[in-house]
Design a protein around this ligand. Structure first.
Ligand code: NAD
Length: 479
């Protein structure tokens, strides 16, 4: 809820306990955004001259402080509805990412120089200046540090606008960074727009949905500011006919769809199964969910699936299931329920069979705890169905033969293909992640993620014009 007017604030309610206020943050207006950007710009002028090793050391200290700060995971669980163990895992992973950046950034951003028969060429990696980071609520800590970590390592300063749906834990995490270099402004689109359009912002890094991306992309284009856009996905899972479907694999597959109540960009969102194995896989899936899916309060130990983020999200996801069943699909409720569903925005995890490829549950990103299981007959056919649609974030292929899986993976239109797993269990700090098609552009993680925060600038002395050089006609092209 946002209270408007002077002294406006966001009041965040616990999605698992309606009526319980978790915290409040002040809403920043355009003047607040301007102050934050100008303060960041002033601090960046000194920061860019700190040697890379010194900047890396600041990130290492921040990683330690992020881990040491008590209560952040509980705050994140209460504001986002994610199970406490997931929140603890996200914070640990985010700290590990900062250390990875500290270890790899100095080499990635180092000058490169060649001096040979063609002349002398120096390549420098210059920071942009002030980076605007606009982040969603579903994994706010890691998705923010994926931007702030490399931005700072490269010599930029950052102004972060977290989601109004989970602003609290990430604000606490950002207190681990030098306050003059990392600023936080709160609010929704009314705060994000002046930030993106600000003339002293030279790089935008956004993670979120398509509607916001269009608006942000347009504002950034108007200001001629380059923007990284990490958007949604509708990730297909393809089980090949030799996929090993032991209990551990099935448990992994199920939680790839239901972690964070399915509200993950790279969740397993459609599962394609060889028709000949369909009934066995369906039964194994339901059995795996009985072992792994526990819908409950995020703070209760044993809960693996919490509520969805809002009443609107719950209505939308339930509507996808009723829409499919009205057209003849079957819905099976999964796992155990250990909570009064009316106490929060709880949606029962559900497996849907018999949905057509054109059902919104299959064709669009559901972003909730509902997954369709779909039979296929041939590999060519399933690849075409997997690639249908405009989104291309993640995908997975499951096979007992890794070479066969890698060969199949080449056919996916996806930025990241998991093999024999999907979603967070398949992430790697060194592997670049991001979408193709309408899932966005730009990369996070890996060396590619570091390079999003620098521009390569060249200094070149052609050999032809050095003392004793061959020379060249004025205005000629080099041969
Ligand atoms: P959202 O697009 O509603 O909001 C994201 C952020 O943008 C928030 O901070 C919001 O306040 C801000 N915002 C919204 N409109 C804006 C505007 N016009 N100008 C400036 N800022 C604006 O997304 P959400 O609901 O928080 O997150 C869900 C979406 O994010 C899903 O589609 C999901 O797949 C995607 N996502 C993608 C990745 C990835 O890495 N590709 C990761 C996580 C989530």
């Amino acid at each position: 809820m946002t209270r408007a007017g002077p002294g406006a604030e966001i009041v965040r309610e616990n999605p698992a306990r309606l009526g319980e206020t978790v915290g409040r943050v002040p809403v920043a207006d355009a003047a607040d955004v301007d102050r934050a950007v100008r303060a960041a710009e002033a601090a960046q002028r000194d920061w860019r001259d700190v040697p890379a090793a010194g900047r890396a050391e600041v990130l290492r200290r921040a990683a330690g402080a992020v881990e040491a700060a008590g209560g952040t995971a509980v705050l994140l669980a209460r504001e986002s509805g994610k199970p406490l163990a997931d929140c603890e895992g996200e914070i640990r992973f985010a700290a590990a990412y900062l250390r990875w950046v500290a270890d790899h950034a100095p080499a990635a951003y180092a000058d490169r120089e060649v001096d040979d028969a063609a002349g002398r060429l120096l390549l420098r990696h210059r920071p942009y200046g002030v980076v605007a980071a606009i982040t969603p609520w579903n994994a706010p800590v890691i998705l923010t540090l994926l931007k702030v970590g490399p931005a700072l390592a490269a010599g930029n300063a950052a102004v972060v606008k977290p989601s109004p749906l989970a602003p609290l834990a990430v604000t606490r995490v950002l207190e681990s960074f030098p306050p003059d270099l990392v600023h936080v402004v709160h609010g929704g689109a009314g705060t994000g727009r002046p930030l993106v359009a600000h003339p002293r912002v030279h790089r935008v890094a956004f993670t979120g949905g398509a509607a916001a991306a269009r608006d942000i992309g347009a504002a950034a284009a108007e200001a001629v500011t380059p923007a990284v856009l990490e958007l949604g996905g509708n990730d297909p899972v393809v089980l090949l006919d030799d996929a090993r479907l032991d209990d551990a694999a099935m448990d992994r597959l199920v939680m790839a769809s239901f972690a964070t109540a399915g509200q993950v960009c790279m969740a397993a969102k459609r599962v394609y199964v060889p028709r000949s194995r369909f009934d066995d896989v369906r039964d194994a899936y339901v059995a795996a969910a009985a072992r792994t899916v526990v819908l409950g309060d995020p703070l209760d130990p044993g809960t693996t699936v919490g509520p969805v983020i809002s009443a609107d999200a719950a209505d939308r996801v339930r509507g996808l299931v009723t829409g499919a069943t009205r057209r003849g699909a079957s819905a099976v409720a999964l796992g155990a329920v250990r909570v009064d569903l009316a106490r929060g925005h709880f949606v029962r995890p559900t497996l849907v069979t018999g949905a057509g490829d054109d059902a919104p549950l299959v064709a669009d990103e559901q972003f909730g705890p509902v997954v369709p299981l779909l039979p296929y007959d041939t590999e060519d056919e399933v690849l075409a169905r997997a690639n249908a649609g405009e989104l291309g974030l993640g995908a997975s292929v499951w096979s007992a033969d890794e070479d066969r899986a890698f060969a199949f993976a080449r056919g996916f239109e996806a930025g990241f293909t998991f093999v024999n797993t999907h979603n967070r269990t398949g992430m790697s700090l060194r592997a670049p992640f991001g979408g193709v098609k309408r899932s966005g552009h730009g990369r996070e993680y890996g060396a590619e993620g570091l390079l999003e925060y620098v521009q390569t600038c060249a200094v070149h002395a052609p050999a032809a014009f050095r003392a004793g050089g061959a020379g060249m006609g004025a205005g000629a092209y080099p041969s």
